[in-house]
Ligand binder design. Structure first.
Ligand code: ACO
Length: 369
């Protein structure tokens, strides 16, 4: 029997704090007029000290599980696509796994910069179709504001924080993720980097003094690359599913720059109403931008069951890709579950496990040594 990977739940989380272009005018030499005309961005959300990529990811994940009516104990795999992980390791996905109480799930992070959500979607749907898992949480979560040089007007105007999540479930009903493409070109690695903090350039006084822990970007080159690959990969993913552009109801692109989105739409000869854009309010939230835009499109009644939608993204690496999805909605369920209510139990479980590990160390640690 054929298996299909359906998107059955979705959720988003954004910090409350808003940073407007007018706020930025006070921080660097820029203007609201320049930012709006060159990028389409008016404001973005910035995480406060109590928030992080994992905390936003947890909120988005719980909302997505609630929509899908899936209990955390039934999740087999959690993939967090992020360029601003909680740590180099452990994976942000493991922190999410613990905090939502998904005790039967494997969890890992995926790094493909802003294309990460598409890559994660492809990996999740392939794992479902192969039969190795039934239920996967795919999350894009970012707090890039922590890596932005607030004195660099080329980058600080672009990025925002947030998270979005999808639940993918196996079904014999045709639909769900119909095709996907993943591409990369490491010869463009220098165009968009966060150079230090890894094994090549570990953190040191010099890396801090040289500002190498900040995002650096060649905006013009990235722009040229982005407009080319957004068009190419949209057409490729449609062709791979044996469909044509006329069969597609919506394109949900990575929200990096309104001009990139419009150029891609023009190249594809698509009317604006087919392209979902909310960059004006959130800026570039990297891996979170596609699921956040999807959640808002659903709230606005745009995306409905049966619609075919192309998700398309590009990012540092360089990476790019697209996924074509026949939109589904929640699978029929026998009884209602409450993933958010389960959270207190997940917290308690986590505390008890930590306590037990300490006790074990005290009781048997000496013997093992
Ligand atoms: N305010 C005012 N002026 C500015 C600002 C600013 N914030 N930023 C740059 N300028 C100036 C430049 O210094 C330059 O001045 P000059 O001509 O005197 O040298 C002028 O504006 C034009 O600069 P450009 O870089 O050519 O501006 P451009 O129109 O290309 O817009 C931008 C810059 C918005 C960065 C654009 O190139 C872009 O969006 N590129 C794609 C970036 C992107 O999508 N990155 C995310 C990738 S996803 C990921 O993986 C994280």
């Amino acid at each position: 029997m054929a298996r299909y990977a359906h998107i059955t739940g979705w959720g988003m989380a954004i910090p409350e704090r808003i940073l407007t272009n007018f706020d930025l005018e006070k921080m660097v030499e820029t203007s609201n007029e320049w930012i709006v005309s060159r990028t389409g961005i008016s404001e973005r959300r910035i995480a406060d000290d109590s928030e992080s990529s994992a905390s936003l990811a947890v909120q988005a994940a719980l909302k997505a599980l609630e929509v899908a009516n899936v209990h955390p104990l039934d999740v087999d795999l959690i993939i967090v696509a992020t360029s601003s992980p909680e740590h180099i390791f452990p994976a942000t996905a493991c922190i999410v796994q613990d905090q939502i109480g998904a005790k039967r799930a494997g969890a890992f992070d995926l790094l493909a910069a802003c294309s990460g959500f598409i890559f994660a979607l492809d990996q999740a749907s392939s794992a479902i179709r192969s039969g190795s898992v039934n239920t996967v949480l795919v999350i894009g979560a970012e707090t890039l504001s922590r890596f932005v040089d607030w004195a660099d007007r080329n980058t600080c105007i672009l990025f925002g924080d947030g998270a979005g999540a999808f639940v993918l479930q196996a079904s014999e009903e045709p639909g769900g993720v119909l095709s996907a493409v993943m591409r990369s070109d490491g010869s463009g690695a220098e165009l968009l980097t966060l150079a230090a903090g890894g094994s090549k350039l570990p953190a040191s006084l010099t890396t801090v003094q040289n500002g190498q822990h900040y995002i650096r970007m060649n905006g013009r080159e990235v722009f040229r690359f982005a407009t080319r690959v957004m068009t190419q990969s949209t057409l490729e993913v449609i062709q791979k599913a044996n469909l044509s552009l006329q069969d597609i109801q919506y394109i949900i692109p990575h929200q990096a720059n309104q001009r990139i989105i419009e150029t891609a739409a023009k190249n594809l000869n698509l009317p604006p109403e087919k392209i979902i854009s909310n960059i004006q309010r959130y800026g570039n939230t990297s891996t979170a931008s596609i699921p956040i835009a999807t959640c808002e499109a659903i709230q606005e009644g745009k995306l409905k069951a049966g619609d075919r939608v192309v998700f398309v993204a590009f990012g540092g690496g360089l990476t790019w890709g697209a996924a074509l999805v026949q939109w589904s909605g929640p699978l029929p369920a026998k009884k209602r579950v409450y993933p958010r209510r389960y959270r207190w139990f997940a917290r308690l479980r986590s505390r008890l496990l930590r306590l037990w590990r300490r006790l074990e160390g005290l009781l048997w640690g000496k013997q093992a040594g």
